[in-house]
Write a protein that binds this ligand. Structure first.
Ligand code: SF4
Length: 987
């Protein structure tokens, strides 16, 4: 530009002699408004477990764009980064291409492609042989699939007791504690009343579970200026926007909440009315040390629990309305024995010095003054900011209430408090806090989502006892349930577990979601019996879903010394992607991506309900598979028909659902008129909940945007645990089995029954070696105890806690094959508190060894302020085994990404007598991932700047492009592991 010219004068309109006019160029024709798609289809996202509604843009049959569905109840148009990156998940190079049969040794990755006919015939042959002889020898476990009402039903019809999904290593403590206490839980079971709450307390949540819904909700709280307190050892994600962050020490949440309860009891700030009406606080507990009914509820002749009625001065049925029951004192029963109200026992427990804020502060890291202030803030929100809605309602006893009174305190918790050996009791303590504040299913508090609430605990009992399992017979009921006494356990007369994972045995009596994390180890050891077919779906058990990975890989490849056969004879695996589990299976049944199939997010399982009403959803195929793959649900029904399983074949032996999963979704009836989808039932689609199958049901769901919401009338939106109209409606719609209300169980009689069994007072009693453990941890009142791992170690040797968090951009390992998402998390670091690191002589970016009692892992550190000083953490499941997931052999996920799993023992140290319990919660069997204790040592300057241990690279299956083994980098690298186990010089 000439000097003095300005942008506005350049080029000058005046003709200059210096500037020759350019020949008039033809302007390129640019289409300024290209239609982004020739078709848009709605479906449901599956990039994490939230199930947001999406609109998929298609051009020439290819996915070109994904956006959130504004009409959808879960996300209201919001789409997260994972959801948008669904395109790259769908077109991932890691997609399996065709059925595969292993032809080399397990773990070698040597497969040949086979036809579906061959694959299904082989699977049916293996499964058929087992069913004919001993159905227990099939273990069927699924990961984070969303079709558990189908998979569970299939396993029940097959007849094996060995079925579960991933809950045992996820958050069963949270779910089971809620179900036993108040018939609900967080996440899919319920959530905070976001529009009305005045105070929000969150525990141990990074991006766990609720993702978009929680972000939308926190946005609402911020807009209204509601205080948000996050209790979490790490300040990332949601905690980063909290008004107050309490950087608690891992595993001490129960103690902190116990101290809040201590403070609320001391200052007498609890909701006595609600305790008297809707909880077992006034029920009388028999005090008769040594007797067979010590600690059980005193009951009348009809079995109703007794209370002491102050107005009459007599004992009365606790199920009668309009009493004035005593909450404290000691009363004589008709037989002369003493009984005391539950509330008195609860108050004695939490008013004890153990829970005094001054006593808890050292263990939790949260100052006594902070405990007192938070307790006062909770009480203020609950009682001084009470909400009263002018909505009359009737409770289950027939009492009419003019208003709905709300205690506007919201809470949310997930895996952070759950994945500890004390997680069940910790979650119970949290629910007791909610109940004492009267903030369950009330305006501004926690709200259930249908089909919850259930009874507390739910009615369902696990099946699979001796006698329940027989060749060629279905199981008489579902494998998973809620034991209420020793008689419900799945053990034989000697106390031997009947399930391969030992769920519902004396090892873990309330293992409501099974114990998938123990299935492989137990199967390989033949403990309690060997397994002939291990059938897994969407579960990366050879990598990030296993504790003590070297041991797990050894179990998968163990051979029987006598026969030379693999200890686990056959492994069938279904997944859409080439994960680390694939090379360890014998037969691969490749699944489609979530955009290529029908799915059903059902009220029979875990629906997408909103607090204001039940909701369910579907996925429809928006594109056709371009590979030789099939939806797993179709394959399962096909196998069921080949095996002749009841419900899957007609009387003439032909398949009952020849149209596969969509046929099943529409036509299957679990009970008359009750099917997988609740909307558009009845011949014309006009019924809700209960009605005949509607042949046009899927079409009508698609027309609605692939979901259906049923809005409840105002008087049924709160107090549903005791709301007469709601309970009767839910019974009619098949969401409940009885009209019995969910009375909150502050004191858990099923726990006491287990304890009495440990004292010898039951027909089914625990083996001697288990008795002290049952006595200690089956306390009917919630209690806090230190996690086992730390208690068993010398703290000087392993002074740090080590935990993982799920990042915003990845759902466990699902995002690692995603070209967009792995740019955000291609490798993970070990995050440390800056001051603590400096004290150890560790600087930012240094390489360190993370050392646990079973091994060590090398990782690079990143220092930060927002982490508890005694805690290190990393992102979950970023580290990958070289060669997998369609990644280059030297991808950062394999060279710098690491797992903490290698450091987590699957068994606890030996007990006196030699028995080793799993590294799990003793009540539910939940994997205690977050109990890991480590020390951090600076790596030597000479050591390689890459992670260790590394495992021998895996070979990609045929048809998946170039073999990553031969890609740049691997051969030249000085790898430290050549065998299937890491080199032991590192341990
Ligand atoms: S939150 Fe989960 S389900 Fe929703 S858009 Fe994101 S990845 Fe998809």
């Amino acid at each position: 530009m000439p000097q003095g010219a300005t942008l506005s004068s350049w080029p000058s309109k005046k003709k200059s002699k210096l500037v020759k006019p350019l020949p008039k160029a033809r302007e390129p024709e640019v289409a300024l408004s290209v239609p982004p798609a020739d078709q848009i289809k709605t479906t449901t996202c599956y990039m994490c477990a939230c199930r947001c509604g999406i609109r998929v843009f298609l051009r020439d049959g290819k996915v070109s764009y994904i956006e959130g569905n504004r009409d959808h109840p879960v996300n209201k148009g919001v789409l997260c980064g994972k959801g948008a990156a669904g395109i790259m998940q769908h077109y991932s190079p890691a997609r399996l291409q065709a059925p595969l049969l292993r032809v080399g040794p397990r773990g070698s990755g040597d497969f040949r492609e086979i036809s579906w006919d061959e694959a299904l015939a082989l699977a049916a042959q293996w499964l058929g042989e087992v069913r004919k002889t001993d159905p227990r020898k099939l273990a069927f476990f699924t990961g984070r699939d969303q079709s558990q009402s189908l998979t569970g039903w299939w396993a029940m019809m097959y007849g094996t007791p060995n079925f579960a999904a991933h809950g045992g290593f996820c958050s069963v403590n949270m779910a089971a504690a809620g179900m036993y206490t108040f018939g609900g839980s967080f996440w899919e079971f319920g959530e905070t009343d976001w529009d009305r709450t005045r105070y929000f307390l969150m525990f141990g949540v990074a991006e766990d579970h609720a993702s978009n819904p929680l972000k939308i909700a926190l946005g609402k709280l911020k807009k209204r200026g509601v205080k948000f307190v996050s209790v979490n050892p790490v300040r990332t994600g949601y905690s980063a926007i909290a008004d107050e962050w309490l950087g608690i020490k891992p595993g001490t949440d129960g103690l902190f909440v116990g101290s809040l309860i201590h403070e609320l009891l001391t200052t007498r700030q609890i909701d006595v009315d609600s305790l008297v009406r809707y909880t077992n606080a006034p029920w009388l507990v028999i005090r008769a040390p040594g007797a067979a009914d010590d600690g059980l509820f005193a009951r009348d002749a009809s079995g109703a629990p007794l209370v002491h009625d102050k107005s009459s001065g007599k004992l009365a049925s606790g199920l009668a309305g309009n009493l004035v029951p005593s909450l404290s004192g000691s009363f004589r029963l008709a037989d002369g024995r003493e009984a005391v109200p539950v509330f008195q026992l609860l108050a004695e427990r939490f008013l004890a010095e153990t829970y005094a804020p001054e006593r808890t502060e050292q263990e939790t890291g949260i100052a006594a003054a902070t405990v007192r202030r938070i307790a006062a803030e909770l009480a203020h929100a609950a009682f001084k900011e009470e909400i009263a809605l002018d909505v009359p309602w009737t409770d289950w006893t027939g009492r009419r209430h003019d208003k709905m009174i709300g205690r506007p305190v919201g809470m949310h918790a997930m895996r952070g408090i759950s994945a500890h050996a004390n997680g069940y009791h910790t979650a119970r303590i949290l629910h007791v806090l909610q109940i004492l504040l009267g903030s369950i299913d009330c305006p501004g508090g926690f709200r259930y989502k249908a089909p919850y609430p259930k009874l507390a605990p739910p009615f369902l009992k696990p099946r699979g006892k001796p006698g329940d399992v027989a060749p060629d017979k279905p199981l008489p009921g579902p494998q998973l349930g809620f034991p209420t006494g020793p008689d419900d356990l799945l053990v034989d007369a000697q106390g031997t577990p009947q399930r391969i994972d030992k769920a519902f045995s004396w090892d873990a009596p309330f293992a409501a979601h099974g114990m998938m994390h123990m299935a492989i180890a137990n199967a390989a050891r033949g403990d309690p019996y060997p397994i002939d077919v291990l059938f897994l779906y969407m579960a990366n058990m050879a990598w990030n879903s296993a504790m003590d990975l070297p041991a797990t890989l050894a179990h998968l490849t163990d051979k029987d010394a006598a026969t030379g056969d693999y200890a686990i004879k056959h492994i069938i695996y279904s997944d859409a992607y080439f994960s680390e589990m694939v090379p360890y299976a014998d037969l691969i049944l490749p699944d489609t991506t979530y955009l290529e199939r029908w799915d059903c997010i059902s009220l029979l399982d875990r629906p997408i309900s909103e607090p204001d009403g039940p909701a369910d959803a579907i996925r429809q195929p928006v594109v056709k598979p371009d590979r030789d793959v099939r939806p797993f649900q179709d394959v399962l029904l096909d196998l069921g028909a080949r095996l002749g399983l009841p419900g899957m074949v007609k009387e003439d032996g032909l398949p009952k659902f020849p149209g596969g999963y969509p046929d099943y979704i529409v036509n299957h009836e679990r009970r008359p008129g009750i099917g997988p989808l609740a909307g558009h039932r009845g011949r014309n689609g006009g019924d809700y909940g209960r009605g005949a199958p509607n042949p046009r049901q899927l079409e009508q769901y698609v027309a609605d945007g692939c979901f259906h919401v049923h809005h409840l009338p105002e008087h049924m939106r709160y107090f549903r645990h005791v709301n007469k109209d709601y309970i009767e409606w839910a019974l009619d719609k098949g969401m409940r089995l009885t009209t019995t209300p969910a009375i909150f169980q502050l004191y858990s009689e099923p726990m006491q029954k287990m304890r009495l069994a440990a004292r010898g007072h039951a027909a089914v009693v625990p083996p001697e070696a288990h008795r002290p453990r049952i006595e200690a941890y089956f306390d009917p009142l919630p209690l806090w105890y230190p996690p086992f791992e730390g208690a068993a170690l010398d703290e000087a040797d392993y002074p740090m806690h080590a935990i993982t968090q799920r990042p915003m951009a990845m759902y466990h390992s699902w995002g690692s094959q995603n070209a967009w998402l792995r740019q955000i998390h291609g490798a993970n670091r070990l995050y440390m508190n800056r001051a603590r690191a400096h004290a150890l002589g560790i600087a930012d970016d240094d390489w360190v060894w993370i050392v646990s009692r079973i091994g060590r892992v090398r990782a690079q550190v990143k220092l930060m302020e927002g982490v508890n000083a005694e805690t290190v953490w990393t992102w979950n499941a970023i580290g990958k085994r070289s060669g997998t997931w369609g990644l280059a052999a030297d991808a950062p996920e394999a060279t710098r990404g690491f797992l903490l799993n290698h450091l987590i023992a699957e068994l606890l140290p030996e007990q006196p007598g030699g028995y080793r319990f799993s590294n799990s919660d003793p009540v539910t069997g939940q994997a205690a991932w977050y109990d890991l204790r480590v020390r951090i040592e600076k790596a030597g300057a000479h050591e390689a700047k890459e992670t260790s241990p590394r495992f021998e690279p895996l070979r990609s299956p045929p048809g998946m492009g170039s073999d990553p083994l031969h890609q740049r980098g691997w051969q030249d690298r000085n790898v430290e592991a050549r065998g299937l186990t890491p080199s032991r010089d590192q341990q």
